[in-house]
Design a protein around this ligand. Structure first.
Ligand SMILES: [Zn+2]
Ligand SMILES: [Zn+2]
Length: 467
């Protein structure tokens, strides 16, 4: 009799269960098997879990690939470039791409892998992309105490993605003219420097013999806030990947961003003034310059798949995940704070995280863009300069007068990049007292030095150089 006693205990138990999943323990797909996993309150059995994830992945990726009308299959206009960080999302991405688009006879007969069964003459056997490249950017020189993982990653990629060519890069390549020439660009005359201590971010050309690693370290050390460093690293990686995608004639650059990491980057980007490009954060088409015909579609095919689903996928598929270097900076940086918040939210309120991504997908800027930012190569919000002028207290000293004749970077930046470089609140707070001018990434050089305004500066520099 004592057993049917305390109704509070029973009610508690009921509420506990309700928190975890709705209604029954039966799989929501087949209504037959008992479920093995709970994803956003829905129960799935192991057999239904795989096709569900594959379905979400294809629904995002495939609309960006053109149809080959004659053969009824998908046929991309270029090659494939996959970004690999060593983290969970990109490990799952490599596995999904391999088993769905590069496997010879299906992936060991799984019903969820498209494979290329049906004989060699079957139209499905036309590969969607001719070649695939897996690109890894080593960041160890930007993070104190980090180790070089390139060789480790090379091993993993050879096992996870035997269908692709491995192309390792280093973060310092962003400051290396040799890399710039490797991606098919012409070598500039000198290095472009920016004075981050000056309100107009004055530009100058110099000839230095400092190494790309030294230039990278100086650049990161000159940034004003804890938040700016991971944001700058993220941007350098993004541009290195985009230019590599172009070099490998890729029509698609795929990133292993899960729903969870997408929500983190959306909130973190908006918090840092990136609201104008919130769409680009989820999906963008990047055109290296107006003359090039090939655009690179940057896609995040796992953007509807949460981190928990990725972890289950990796576990059931026996994938080896090496992990990646954490470069979110200090605990108080916007990136680290947002990550802590979203991960907690996903644990307690799993549906809310997908709402963040869905809501952001509906946002669109009111006005069209003014052109591209020279630093991040994303659309610039019109009128940023006027607004910045109105809110900032400008110094009318000699330096400002000189500035009128000397070009500055300030007119060529988007709002988010301007904030990353100059955030006034804590300038000097990160142990930076006297800021010397620092070298800018090579793509900024090529965009800026090509402009009319810089012709005189370049000419002057060349005269000096002959002395
Ligand atoms: Zn099922
Ligand atoms: Zn920018």
């Amino acid at each position: 009799m004592a057993d049917c006693g305390n109704p509070n205990v029973e009610q508690d138990a009921l509420m506990q269960r309700r928190k975890k999943y709705d209604r029954t323990r039966q799989c929501v797909k087949c209504h037959d098997q008992l479920g093995n996993v709970v994803i956003r309150h829905a129960v799935y059995c192991k057999g239904c879990f795989f096709p569900t994830v594959v379905g979400k992945f294809r629904r995002v990726l495939e609309p960006s690939i053109s149809k080959d009308k004659s053969k009824k299959g998908l046929k991309a206009t270029g090659n494939l470039c996959l970004a690999f960080s060593g983290g969970l999302g990109s490990s799952v991405l490599l596995d999904l791409i391999g088993s769905n688009y590069f496997a010879a006879e299906g992936d060991a007969g799984h019903d969820w892998s498209r494979g290329r069964g049906g004989g060699t003459e079957h139209p499905r056997n036309e590969p969607v992309w001719e070649h695939a490249t897996v690109c890894y950017v080593e960041v160890c020189n930007a993070i104190p105490g980090a180790r070089d993982r390139t060789e480790e990653i090379r091993q993993i990629v050879s096992r996870l993605a035997s269908y692709a060519k491995f192309l390792p890069l280093r973060l310092e390549d962003a400051f290396d003219h040799a890399w710039w020439e490797r991606v098919g660009r012409s070598k500039p005359h000198g290095q472009l420097f920016v004075d981050l201590g000056h309100q107009d971010l004055l530009l100058s050309i110099r000839n230095t013999s400092s190494s790309p690693v030294a230039a990278l370290k100086a650049y990161l050390a000159s940034l004003p806030t804890q938040t700016a460093v991971p944001t700058a690293i993220h941007n350098l990686i993004r541009l290195l990947l985009l230019h590599t995608a172009q070099l490998t004639n890729s029509s698609h650059l795929l990133l292993g961003t899960s729903l969870t990491s997408l929500s983190i980057s959306l909130i973190s980007s908006i918090a840092q003034g990136g609201g104008f490009v919130v769409r680009e954060e989820a999906q963008e088409n990047w055109q290296p310059d107006s003359t090039s015909s090939q655009k690179v579609a940057v896609s995040r095919p796992l953007r509807d798949v949460g981190m928990k689903e990725c972890a289950i996928w990796a576990w059931w598929r026996g994938l080896e995940v090496v992990g990646k270097e954490n470069y979110l900076g200090g605990k108080q940086g916007i990136g680290a704070l947002t990550k802590g918040f979203i991960i907690g939210l996903e644990r307690d309120y799993p549906s809310t995280v997908s709402t963040i991504a869905r809501t952001c997908a509906k946002l669109a800027p009111k006005e069209a863009s003014d052109g591209l930012c020279t630093l991040c190569e994303r659309p610039v919000q019109p009128g940023v300069q006027d607004w910045k002028e109105r809110i900032s207290i400008r110094q009318f000293d000699e330096k400002a007068a000189i500035a009128r004749s000397q070009p500055g970077l300030i007119q060529r930046l988007c709002y988010a990049c301007h904030t990353t470089l100059t955030s006034p609140s804590s300038r000097g707070g990160v142990g930076q007292s006297a800021i010397d001018a620092v070298q800018l990434p090579v793509w900024v050089e090529s965009r800026v030095l090509g402009s009319d305004e810089m012709k005189d500066v370049v000419a002057e520099f060349l005269l000096d150089d002959e002395d």
